[in-house]
Design a protein. Structure first.
Length: 176
């Protein structure tokens, strides 16, 4: 019964965080909510008996890819507008909802880990099997996904550069 309540709590957090990520105008705020959503999905994986999938979710998605996205946003450096956004990130109202959701997920994870009888795992999948599957018959899909991520990174960099160049041109025209 407790496991079911924890599952639905994590599911609700994942849905709410995803909706909040989709509705934020500020890209950094959206990424914070997206990371929270991915962490909730990792808790769901752990609850249903897939600890390796949960670890992959945290390391690959919530860790590496989201850090890459945040790095790209920071690299775009939107000048004064970006400075104002960074100052806005330090305000408590920006962080309160993600922190509350993250604390609920932490309590939930502690409850799941402290249960005396672990969930029965059916058909244990080893990391080696995951690797052989990903880089065996699905190697093309993995490569396409990596190329799409690279294309998104390069595209966002060029869009950011063009935005900065247009801003510089407009400011130099205003001075003349």
């Amino acid at each position: 019964m407790l496991e079911l309540v924890l599952f639905y709590t994590a599911s609700t957090i994942a849905l709410v965080a995803t909706i909040l990520a989709l509705t934020r105008a500020n890209a950094t705020h959206a990424l914070i909510y997206l990371i929270l959503s991915l962490l909730a999905v990792a808790v769901i994986f752990y609850i249903i008996g897939a600890p390796f999938a949960a670890a992959l979710e945290v390391v690959i998605y919530a860790g590496a890819i989201m850090v890459l996205f945040i790095f790209v946003i920071m690299m775009l450096n939107l000048g004064d507008k970006g400075d104002r956004r960074e100052k806005q990130l330090l305000k408590p109202q920006v962080w309160i909802v993600p922190v509350i959701f993250a604390l609920v997920l932490l309590v939930e994870l502690v409850l799941v880990l402290s249960q005396s009888a672990p969930a029965e795992i059916q058909g244990l999948v080893t990391p080696k099997q995951v690797g052989l599957t990903l880089f065996g018959p699905y190697v093309l899909a993995v490569e396409i996904a990596s190329m799409l991520l690279l294309a998104g990174l390069v595209g966002s960099f060029h869009l950011g550069r063009r935005y900065l160049e247009e801003g510089r041109e407009n400011s130099s025209r205003g001075r003349s």
